[in-house]
Design a protein around this ligand. Structure first.
Ligand code: ADP
Length: 368
């Protein structure tokens, strides 16, 4: 009897200065370098059009690599056809074969490879058990819910036992509750399979909840790759600071005097405590101050930045409330517990010095 293929050591993925230039000359991916260690899950996140799918499709072999090198394990795969790369991709459009049962859909890749019947049977049944699909194996896709169909699509990738799973916005078609549930399942699968996974999404919440490591892309350029805590608390630049976190970080224009004092538009000069060392190099220059909505609250005293503000709009969320403020420095948002102030109320807003984020006004780079 033929034995199932041996499971090889798990492989990681490495991109070395990878670019994608499409026929129109557009540089959709611009010299991206990153390493995904074997067995890790990397989330690639960024707004629509930032180049996420292009990166994924180059790894899968569905797009040529214009510049640079992609390695899976110790093999350079630039010139390998997709089927020799040992990767499986799960798409947003799961495109199951409508005339086949769940079993047949999941078995398809193995049947094509002419694996022995007993192996196909046991692999599909084991995989279905992992995904809670045992009872659905004889159904056709139209007899399944959206979440079940997405699980079949996952199963179809899993039975191939690939070295690397690539997910391209696989949950976008699902409603909010199912997305949360499927995220949990992907988490569990990742732990259980121990395979290397790359997961693309435009949704920063999804990225934060799934990612051990998150790579933020914008304009085809890798902005920062880090764990969720680091991205949130130590963003590399203004783009990452504004992209990660909901509601977004507030930004106000400020200038640093030659004496080191800082002035926010419409405010009094202040001497910042706990300022980053790099701020000394910005004397006489414009900077951008960042403030997270949860750090911005009415307070009568305490060391920090103060802004006079009036409530413009309130959005109660039950356990907390979002307040949109008008200030001389522009519109600001805060997120606070309880009911918060009423529309029109005027308060003195406060942010502790150690909660300020500082950015170069020109480049947007974080000042550290
Ligand atoms: P994302 O997945 O982040 O939405 P994509 O990788 O799909 O971004 O696209 C990145 C950029 O490349 C976009 O500006 C897109 O319009 C462009 N692009 C994608 N595919 C092609 C193509 N086949 N030909 C030309 N331009 C493309």
């Amino acid at each position: 009897m033929e034995r199932p293929p041996e499971r090889q050591a798990i492989r990681g993925v490495e991109l070395v200065s990878v670019s994608k230039l499409y026929a129109n000359g557009q540089r959709a991916v611009d010299r991206v370098s990153l390493t995904i260690d074997p067995g890790r899950l990397l989330v690639l996140v960024g707004p629509s059009g930032c180049g996420k799918s292009s990166v994924l499709r180059m790894i899968a072999g569905l797009e040529d690599i214009s510049e640079g090198e992609i390695r899976i394990g110790d093999r350079v795969v630039n010139d390998l056809p997709p089927k020799e790369r040992d990767v499986a991709m799960v798409f947003q459009n799961y495109a199951l074969y409508p005339h086949m049962t769940v079993f047949e859909n999941m078995a398809f890749a193995l049947t094509m490879k002419k694996r022995p019947r007993a192996e196909v049977e046991s692999t599909v049944r084991d995989t279905a058990a992992m995904l809670g699909l045992e009872e659905k194996l004889e159904r056709r896709p139209r007899e399944l819910s959206g979440g079940e169909r997405q699980r079949v699509a996952l199963g179809r990738a899993m039975v191939r036992r690939p070295q690397v799973f690539l997910f391209d916005e696989p949950l976008s078609n699902l409603d909010a509750r199912l997305r949360v549930q499927m995220r949990g399942e992907i988490h569990r699968l990742h732990r259980r399979l121990g395979a290397t996974m790359i997961y693309v999404t435009h949704d920063q919440v999804e990225a934060m909840t799934l990612g051990e490591q998150i790579a933020v892309l914008e304009g085809g350029v890798l902005q920062q790759m880090a764990d969720p805590q680091t991205l949130y608390h130590r963003p590399a630049n203004r783009f990452v600071a504004g992209f990660i976190g909901s509601p977004s970080m507030n930004f106000v224009a400020a200038s640093v005097g030659t004496d080191g004092r800082v002035t926010i538009e419409g405010g009094e000069p202040f001497v910042p405590e706990a300022a980053p060392a790099g701020l000394a190099g910005h004397r006489g220059r414009a900077v951008t101050l960042g403030m997270r909505p949860e750090d911005l609250a009415p307070a009568a005293n305490g060391a920090g930045v103060r802004l006079e503000a009036a409530v413009d709009v309130r959005e109660p969320l039950g356990n907390e409330v979002l307040i949109y403020w008008n200030t001389a420095a522009g519109a600001l948002t805060s997120r606070m517990a309880g009911a918060g102030p009423s529309v029109g109320e005027r308060v003195s807003l406060h942010v502790p010095f150690d909660r300020l984020y500082w950015f170069d006004a020109g480049s947007g780079a974080a000042i550290v």
